[in-house]
Design a protein around this ligand. Structure first.
Ligand code: UD1
Ligand code: CA
Length: 452
């Protein structure tokens, strides 16, 4: 059965009070509409039509992709009118309607809904609400058969007692849609062409309307203001946290854990509080992440340990490597197996070999550091002359004395040593000690100045 999906995203979203079109407001760093598009893709439709209007250029610019077709609805005359704008593009057996501001709808729910649809049957997703104010109500006859949807503003007092609300998400036989939409009228309380009027038309034409209940109200909740947006964010995070825990991750507090991207996690991973994972993060088995860490686009191999307050971006930690507390691993950082990075150490575009150590207060940029090499406290690579960047290359088992300045480009051979406080400006051969500092002299009997 072929499928076209129409996503309505033309509305203004006044209550966001924002220069950004409503559907671009993010949940977990991704525009709400982006979530809906990804869910739509998961159903493998033959086409995805995105109906845009307010902020159309910004929406298109942000989300354009080969498998999307954008349709302009110049004036927002109602949800029925919005779907009608996409009609010329539709040809599938089934048409599914989704909403750009209802981002948490899940693939499994939509699959259940689509399973209901046939040539003479519609599938309608409804939700039981404690307070259905504002929602269209599902009107059923004495046998419980769906007859119509009545919008809140058009509903009688008796109809307003109905707590079964319309989520708006609807799947219909494609052949019928043009006829029904062509017959919509806007003589109603809001003067709009209601998509919901299609239900009564379908019933009059002898079709049945099968319903599916959303398991969870949040799944079908739209965000009209930033309060609802925050609720969706919270729900999204909780849902993800539960999934990760089910996969074998210990979250010390699932309420203080945020994923803003795609994460793959192994087993027996422990994540302490206030950890934020961004972009694409891969976490293998037995990794432990301390509190207050931000980890973006990084790979943590088996058993890696990230201690409190560390910040990783574009980094890879090898098996059993550890960093922090207060480590900063910037793009291009690669720690070998069992490598150790301690507090207040910053690495950028730097490779630390297996078992190498930088324990305290260092900056290592554009550097290649061999296995088991030890970087003393306060060491920095002077990789930038104000115009260009240069590399520092250290061999294996090198020992860099504390407070050394390695002025790149510079290469130190295996087992080389530098004296503490050295400014190293030229290469050091293997097995050699370099001392690049003023020689100490002692002045005997020297008297300190005294106050006059
Ligand atoms: C709609 C439903 C209502 C349902 C509710 C669920 C209709 C007539 N009513 O009401 O039964 O309970 O959603 O939230 O469908 N849109 C356009 N173009 C338009 C009008 C709307 O793209 O011309 C988009 C909006 O951006 C929004 C969505 O469609 O994303 C829903 O529109 P809105 O006006 O908010 O409908 P509701 O009054 O909430
Ligand atoms: Ca709405």
């Amino acid at each position: 059965m072929s499928l076209d999906i129409v996503i309505l995203a033309a509305g203004q979203g006044t209550r966001m009070r924002s220069a950004l079109p409503k559907v671009l407001h993010p949940v977990a760093d991704k525009p709400m509409l982006g979530h809906v598009i990804d869910t739509a893709r998961s159903l493998q439709p033959q086409s995805i039509q995105v109906v845009i209007g307010h902020g159309a250029d910004k929406v298109r610019e942000r989300l354009a992709a080969d498998d999307l077709n954008f349709v302009i609805q110049a004036e927002q005359l109602g949800t029925g009118h919005a779907v009608a704008q996409a009609l010329p593009q539709l040809s599938a057996d089934t048409v599914l309607i989704l909403y750009g501001d209802v981002p948490l709808i899940e693939t499994a729910t939509l699959q259940r809904l689509l399973a209901l649809v046939s040539d003479d049957r519609l599938g309608l997703l409804t939700v039981e609400l404690a307070d259905p104010t504002g929602y269209g109500r599902i009107v059923r006859d004495g046998n419980g058969v769906v007859q119509a949807i009545v919008e809140h503003k058009d509903a009688s007092e008796a109809q307003r007692q109905i707590r079964e609300g319309n989520t708006g998400i609807l799947a219909v036989p494609g052949k019928r849609l043009a006829d029904w939409l062509g017959r919509l009228s806007n003589s109603n309380a809001q003067g709009e062409y209601y998509l919901t009027d299609v239900i009564a038309m379908a019933v009059a034409d002898g079709l049945t309307v099968a319903t599916e209940r959303a398991a969870d109200e949040m799944e079908v909740l739209g965000a009209n203001d930033r309060i609802q947006l925050a609720q969706l964010e919270c729900h999204y995070q909780q849902r993800l946290a539960r999934r990760l825990m089910a996969q074998g991750v210990t979250l010390r507090d699932p309420h203080r854990f945020d994923v803003r991207g795609q994460v793959s996690v192994g087993r027996d991973v422990t994540i302490d509080i206030n950890v934020i994972l961004e972009g694409k993060v891969v976490i293998e088995d037995f990794v432990s992440i301390g509190p207050n860490c931000v980890i973006k686009d990084s790979v943590l191999r088996k058993g890696a340990i990230v201690k409190a307050n560390s910040h990783l971006d574009g980094a890879e930690m090898g098996e059993g490597a550890d960093c922090g507390p207060f480590a900063r691993l910037r793009p291009g950082t690669k720690l070998g197996a069992k490598a150790h990075v301690g507090n207040f150490v910053e690495l950028k575009n730097a490779v630390l070999g297996e078992g190498a150590k930088a324990g305290h207060l260092s900056y290592l940029g554009d550097a290649e550091i061999g296995a088991r090499t030890n970087i003393g406290a306060g060491t920095i690579t002077c990789n930038y002359d104000g115009a260009n960047k240069f590399r520092t290359v250290l061999g294996e088992d090198v020992f860099i004395g504390s407070n050394s300045a390695l002025v790149a480009p510079v290469t130190l051979g295996d087992r080389a040593t530098t004296g503490a406080g050295s400014v190293v400006t030229s290469d050091v051969p293997a097995d050699t000690l370099a001392v690049g500092r003023a020689k100490q002299r002692n002045i005997e009997g020297w008297k300190r100045p005294t106050k006059k």
